[in-house]
Design a protein around this ligand. Structure first.
Ligand SMILES: Nc1ncnc2c1ncn2[C@@H]1O[C@H](COP(=O)(O)OP(=O)(O)OP(=O)(O)O)[C@@H](O)[C@H]1O
Length: 239
């Protein structure tokens, strides 16, 4: 099988970041401010890590960044398209095909095979599931042996590999990862972090990862800390 054309999915040349958060604020119940004027750019081809203590607002940040939830104030742009203030239905449409998700608990559909799980984001976005691309994706992420198996039959790390493959299946502009190593032992977690970094380098989406795993920092282009509802830069990597 020839994979040269598949290894570099087409991506429109754009100077816009994969994700732009413009002074976003999120307040729950009118009183509890979890994000306070958070500004962040995630360029295409960059892995940005946000670290924070339990309850510091990491998941809230991911939900607002990926268009799962609207911030109370400010603006979110994905590949230069504003997704704030559109309402749930339009936000969902805009998200489909443009945003990939990796969660701590994999969130694969247990009744589908791994192959069907990988094809799901494409089907939901109304696109053809290109079998050559899916096969390449499965090989690249190390789940090609498991395509006809159900997620529940796989070890945790292989389930997360399949979830990573699914996140990249639609060649998204942005991938968000919420504690992607949280359910794995350190060696498996390190393998997933390496895989995420490699796929960002190869396929150039922007990747926003929120995590408590200190090992994540060494794979990131830049690391931020979420503390007291504010985001502050911790380090920029030369990698
Ligand atoms: N839908 C909601 N309604 C009200 N409060 C919420 C809601 N979602 C989150 N919160 C609150 O916002 C704060 C931040 O929660 P969030 O889940 O974003 O933090 P986190 O850093 O991801 O935590 P953890 O690391 O424990 O998963 C918490 O105090 C939480 O109780």
């Amino acid at each position: 099988m020839t994979t040269t054309t598949l290894a570099a999915p087409p991506r429109a040349a754009t100077a816009a970041p994969a994700l732009a958060l413009r002074e976003i604020t999120k307040t729950y119940d009118g009183a509890h401010t979890v994000l306070d004027r958070v500004a962040l750019d995630v360029p295409a081809g960059a892995l940005i890590a946000v670290m924070g203590a339990p309850g510091s607002g990491k998941s809230t940040l991911v939900h607002c960044a990926a268009g799962l939830d609207d911030p109370t104030g400010g603006e979110v742009r994905i590949a230069d398209r504003r997704i704030t203030g559109l309402g749930e239905a339009k936000r969902t449409l805009l998200r489909q095909g443009r945003v990939g998700f990796v969660f701590q608990s994999y969130n694969l559909l247990p009744s589908l095979t791994v192959e069907e799980n990988l094809a799901l984001p494409l089907r939901l976005a109304g696109a053809e599931a290109d079998r050559d691309w899916l096969r390449h994706l499965a090989e690249r992420t190390g789940v090609d042996r498991f395509l006809q198996r159900r997620p529940g039959d796989l070890a945790a790390v292989h389930q997360q590999r399949a979830a990573v493959a699914r996140a990249f299946a639609s060649r998204p502009d942005l991938v968000v990862a919420d504690e992607p190593t949280g359910a794995l032992d350190p060696a498996d977690g390190a393998a997933i972090l390496d895989l995420l970094r490699e796929l960002v380098d190869e396929w150039a989406p922007g990747l926003l990862m929120v995590t408590r795993d200190p090992a994540a920092a060494s794979r990131a282009h830049a690391v931020f800390a979420l503390e007291g509802a504010r985001l502050r830069p911790v380090l920029a990597s030369a990698r």
